[in-house]
Write a protein that binds this ligand. Structure first.
Ligand code: NAI
Length: 341
């Protein structure tokens, strides 16, 4: 049950490409769960550029700062040229340092035989995503990888704290410190110091290339995984592929005060406007948001409905092997939510 008569004010960024389709689907599902949300809808990304002449209008940032919580659709970033990633800008501006991505086979969509239940903690504010790139001479480009003790320590602490609160047993730190001895070396050194404060949690280190292979062959060995920004981006997409793909993996960007919830996937221009985008990743991101705002019971109900819905294997979108539209999936899911009342 939702908190009685409580109205939550939340910022909504519909986003680009399939963003408006999947966020509108998530809104319908949240409404069906009984939670009352007063959405403040603001723009960002390619759409905002046309309307406001900037990809990140001040009013968007102000709305998130005021409401402290936002649900966000994906935003398009041009490849190799054009404006910088608004996602990266938002995470840096609002200091959302922890990108948390739970990867679970609990929904029953997986190519693996053993259960997968890992939570990825990706550092969100630095590394090669600092955007410090230069052409230092014709034909020579340089990109700076920034790693700080502060950012490495706080993502490690976020991972170990979460592991403790959720009774998890193991944390893996992923690195390439054998080659990047200074930068990844500092990351590892910082994580080790935090790990020493949590003796009840088994701490392991793994080199990123081996991690990629292990994750495909024996994903069940991973529990909580902490990584830098770039490795976190790549490894979490790999992990998503083990449990049904990008259409079903949610995410949260958390800072000390503000949180933005969004799926791992991008704006999927290849299927945008066709009405076939899978909204589950955004619905699950919204579900993490519900827990964050104290609506855990409503989140439990949506989760239970999703498991029932997926078990029937009816009304699945094409990425999950079905032939249904986004709307048909949402209607099927809402039917299950109503059954659970
Ligand atoms: P993408 O995640 O948009 O798409 C990769 C593949 O997965 C495509 O074939 C797409 O159709 C499929 N896919 C993704 N989400 C799906 C869904 N919900 N349902 C069904 N199929 C889905 O990644 P891509 O193509 O690399 O990036 C497209 C744009 O998105 C780029 O501009 C990129 O910068 C941006 N992007 C934005 C993110 C964000 O806002 N957080 C995250 C990742 C990418």
């Amino acid at each position: 049950m939702a908190q009685k008569d409580k109205v939550h004010k939340i910022t909504l960024i519909p986003g680009d490409g399939i963003g408006p389709e999947v966020t509108s689907a998530a809104r319908k599902v949240l409404a069906a769960s009984g939670v009352i949300i007063d959405w403040e809808i603001v723009d960002a990304g390619a759409g905002a550029l046309q309307k406001y002449g900037t990809t990140l209008p001040d009013e968007t940032v102000e709305s998130i700062k005021k409401n402290k919580v936002a649900l966000k659709g994906p935003l398009t970033t041009p490849i190799g040229e054009g404006f910088k990633s608004v996602n990266v800008q938002l995470r840096k501006t609002l200091d959302l340092y922890a990108n948390i991505r739970p990867v679970r086979s609990a929904l029953g969509i997986t190519f693996q035989h053993k259960p997968i239940d890992m939570v990825i903690f990706r550092e969100n504010t630095e590394d090669l995503y600092a955007g410090l790139e230069y052409e230092i001479a014709p034909g020579v480009a340089q990109s700076l990888k920034i790693i700080t003790e502060k950012a490495s320590t706080r993502i490690a602490r976020a991972a170990f704290e979460w592991a403790t609160q959720n009774k998890r047993k193991m944390v893996h730190a992923v690195h390439k410190a054998n080659i990047m001895k200074k930068s990844d070396g500092l990351f590892l050194e910082s994580v080790r110091k935090v790990a020493a404060e949590y003796p009840q949690i088994t701490y392991k280190e793994i080199i990123v290339d081996n991690c990629a292979m292990q994750m495909v062959m024996r994903p069940e060995q991973f529990d909580v995984v902490v990584l830098g920004n770039l490795y976190g981006d790549i490894i979490s997409d790999l992990a998503a592929g083990l449990v049904g793909g990008l259409g079903v993996v949610p995410g949260a960007n958390i800072g000390d005060e503000i949180a933005i919830f969004e799926s791992v996937h991008g704006s999927a221009p290849d299927i945008a406007g066709k009405g076939v985008a899978n909204p589950i990743a955004t619905i699950l991101s919204a579900n993490i948001m519900l827990r964050h705002i104290g609506e855990g019971k409503a989140a439990d109900k949506i989760q239970a409905a999703l498991v029932l819905f997926l078990a029937e294997k009816k009304h699945l979108t094409p990425d999950l092997g079905g032939h249904s539209t986004t709307d048909e999936l949402v209607d099927g899911l809402i039917e299950k939510i109503k059954m659970l009342r």
